[in-house]
Design a binder for this molecule. Structure first.
Ligand code: CS2
Ligand code: MG
Length: 410
């Protein structure tokens, strides 16, 4: 038996959106997949892997997961950041996939086994007005979702993060923030309008749907600490499961002020990459949920470390699961979600059906719960022939400007 790495391939495909996938094959032909998709910066991670990581991996033992993680992290000299940590993540996922396939077990069994029977997840619902939002929530409930993230258009503000523009009533939510174009689309932003409109939306939703559904909202990095404190306070009567990314996370200390004013649970972190980025947030208990993805946080090895650190402070996981996490990254998240003790909630923003032609997955959704399935490894197969039909297309996330033209956080 040879578990030495024979080949490392970087696969870029675009079934409805861009994905970067790493495929590692051992001398015995065991294949592992990793997700390296970094929205709007895909090719930089592809180059990092192809030009600087792949040559270092040939001939290494695929079973040495921890050693390879430490080697890639420490020997690069340059630390952290989304490009590096997504590249390391892809290698880490692919190695775990290989080792679990070698063991003939679904990955979660190697991570300690199942700690629960299914993975609670939330869907997105959005509307151009409160009525359309109500329709979208009903549709999600009919699909079985128990937890729903709600976003609405704000009167007088044009297109806004998280709201599917021009969606007909009753149409399935298919929002994709990255737009296929050579330039970022510009959106507007007005914090005063947002802060005065949003509590009424939650009031209307609670009046119509009652206290049962778990509701979430993403403020998407737009507010100052004092504005975030006000929003958290104003939303307290509506019992949010979490309020996400209230302020840009460049200054984790900013959450101290928010915390002093509100008991609305806070989730943050989808743009952070390492356990060190989370240190203040976790040790000072400034958040309730770690919003991280396997793909952008150094893979299974490192995200497990972050979640375990968070667990010591009664902080739970809140895995990021937007469309820019590929089905490979999603599968990795689900195996981890099933195994860790302090699981909180998994985001589930379904991919377009065409992505399923390239990535054959074995995870399931039933009665509001996800499960990674019982296939060995991550449980995902990559179809090269299908992928060849979907070439990379440049796509960028939007940017936001205030009414006077000032650039704002998107
Ligand atoms: C979002 C993401 O899912 C979320 O919570 O914040 O859609 C985010 O905008 C994208 O992942 C950016 O790539
Ligand atoms: Mg978010």
């Amino acid at each position: 038996m040879s578990t030495l790495i024979r080949s490392v391939e970087v696969l870029v495909s675009s079934p409805s959106r861009n994905f970067v996938t790493l495929r590692i094959t051992t001398e015995d032909g065991v294949v592992g997949l990793g997700d390296a998709t970094l929205n709007g910066r895909e090719l930089s991670v592809a180059s990092y892997l192809e030009d600087h990581v792949a040559p270092l991996l040939i001939g290494r033992d695929a079973r040495r997961i921890e050693d390879t993680w430490q080697f890639l992290y420490r020997s690069a000299y340059w630390r952290r950041g989304p490009v590096t940590m997504s590249a390391i993540a892809a290698v880490d996922m692919a190695l775990w996939d290989i080792v679990a396939r070698l063991a003939g077990m679904p990955l979660y069994q190697l991570l300690g086994g199942a700690s629960r029977t299914g993975i609670l997840c939330y869907a997105h619902a959005s509307g151009s007005d409160i009525e359309a939002l109500g329709d979208a929530i009903r549709q999600r409930q009919d699909e079985g979702f128990r937890a729903i993230r709600i976003q609405t258009a704000i009167p007088g503000m044009g297109s806004v993060y998280g709201v599917q523009k021009g969606a007909a009533r009753g149409q399935k939510y298919a929002y994709e923030p990255a737009k296929r174009a050579g330039l970022s689309v510009e959106e507007g932003w007005d914090t005063r309008k947002y802060l005065s409109f949003l509590p009424g939306v939650f009031e209307a939703v609670r009046n119509e749907f009652g206290p049962d559904p778990m509701l979430l909202h993403d403020a998407h990095h737009r507010l100052t600490p004092i504005q975030a404190a006000r929003l958290g306070k104003d939303l307290e009567p509506y019992d949010l499961f979490w309020l996400e990314d209230v302020t840009p996370v460049d200054n984790p200390e900013a959450l101290r002020l928010v915390r002093q004013h509100t008991t609305t649970p806070l989730a943050i972190g989808e743009v952070l990459n390492t356990v060190w980025d989370y240190r203040t947030l976790i040790q000072e208990q400034l958040i309730d949920y770690v919003r991280a993805s396997v793909t952008h946080t150094g893979g299974i090895t490192h995200l497990k470390r972050i979640f375990e650190f968070a667990g010591m402070y009664q902080i739970k996981s809140g895995s990021h699961g937007p469309t820019d996490i590929s089905p490979v990254g999603m599968a990795a998240a689900l195996h981890l979600d099933l195994a860790i003790h302090n699981f909180g909630m998994q985001e589930y923003m379904e991919h377009q059906p065409v992505a399923g032609e390239v990535f054959r997955t074995s995870y399931t959704f039933e009665d509001g719960l996800l499960h990674p399935g019982e296939a060995p490894g991550l449980g995902v197969e990559y179809d090269d022939e299908a992928a060849a039909r979907f070439a990379y297309e440049p796509a960028y996330l939007p940017m936001a400007r205030l009414a006077d033209g000032t650039v704002h956080d998107w």
